[in-house]
Design a protein around this ligand. Structure first.
Ligand code: RIB
Length: 305
């Protein structure tokens, strides 16, 4: 079956290391053994969408190595269509993920095959991009590939500008919704510092050449700016184990809700709830909620007023 959502993005092997504190510059910290998880912002978003019941196609690349085979097997188990996931070169993307006792993380990515995702790789998936209800992209693949995806997509085009990178001007003509965090919002607007409060978030969001901007605020929730309208969405209090991939789960659930016909504010509420569920277990994909889990959490939230 053709995908109703296409994700164009990265696939990484996450080596997750629990640390007592995140290392500061010049500091060496000792930790236990690393654990292997499937990751990469593109793959995380694809898996989260699949768990919400979508037919998802992932466009990108892994290496022609054992890690690439392992990552493909994981995507297959989750029901993600990897027809347009190429095997290029001899190293898959790897991410070194440090997680502290509060679930906060620092990540260093070695892109491997992700750096070789070209416009040609994207073009091969043109029929998917034309037919899908939505396309999601992030910034762990080269900008020319992102731009090609934007040019070819006919449905809703959602940009998650993570990690922050210089983006071609033309891209903004194609973006329907942009989903930065505070740091990425500052980068995109060339602000001197990250926004200091909600009003600052809204002020910076309105500087972007895009009507619909959803800024994620971690455990504080998110702010959706939709032209003149602003929705401030608080996150429920949860005990976080690992925030890795929470932003990816957020983007996936936002797309899910927008495809389903919700407006931006309600879609943001849906996404905040999904992301808050995803931080309660380790790993960037294993923790993404299924649709049944998300609906149960939304019911609970409505029941408790
Ligand atoms: O957003 C979380 C992801 O960022 C991790 O899975 C890691 O692979 C990096 O891409």
């Amino acid at each position: 079956m053709a995908p109703d959502v296409v994700v164009v993005g990265s696939v990484n092997l996450d080596l997750r290391i629990e640390v007592a504190e995140l290392p500061r510059p010049g500091q060496t910290v000792l930790a236990g053994d690393p654990s292997r998880f499937s990751g990469g912002k593109g793959a995380n978003q694809a898996v989260a969408l699949a768990r919400l019941g979508h037919q998802v196609g992932l466009v990108g690349a892994v290496g022609d190595d054992a890690d690439g085979g392992w990552l493909r097997a994981g995507l297959d188990r989750e029901g993600v269509d990897a027809t347009h996931l190429r095997s290029i070169g001899d190293s898959s993307g790897q991410a070194f993920v440090f997680v502290d006792p509060d679930g906060e993380n620092s990540i260093v990515v070695s892109p491997g095959a992700n750096a070789r995702v070209s416009p040609d790789v994207v073009r091969a998936a043109q029929p998917w991009l034309v037919d899908a209800a939505a396309t999601l992209v992030q910034c762990e693949i080269p900008a020319p590939a992102i731009l090609e995806a934007a040019r070819l997509s006919d449905g809703l085009f959602i940009l998650n500008p993570a990690p922050a990178m210089a983006l071609p001007e033309e891209l903004w003509h194609h973006v329907d919704v942009v989903v930065p965090n505070r740091l990425e919002l500052a980068h995109l607007t060339s602000a001197d510092q990250p926004p200091v409060d909600d009003a600052d978030v809204v002020r910076l969001a309105r500087q972007l050449p895009c009507e619909q901007v959803v800024t994620t605020l971690g455990s504080a929730g998110a702010i959706a700016v939709d032209g003149d309208r602003v929705a401030y969405v608080e996150a429920p209090r949860v005990s976080a184990v690992d925030t890795t991939g929470a932003g990816d789960c957020f983007c996936a659930a936002l797309a899910d809700a927008l495809i389903g016909g919700l407006g931006l504010a309600d879609a943001t509420r849906h996404a905040v709830r999904a992301a808050s569920l995803s931080v309660m277990a380790p790993g960037a994909q294993t923790s993404a909620p299924t649709r049944a889990q998300l609906l149960a959490a939304l019911d609970d939230a409505n029941g408790s007023g």
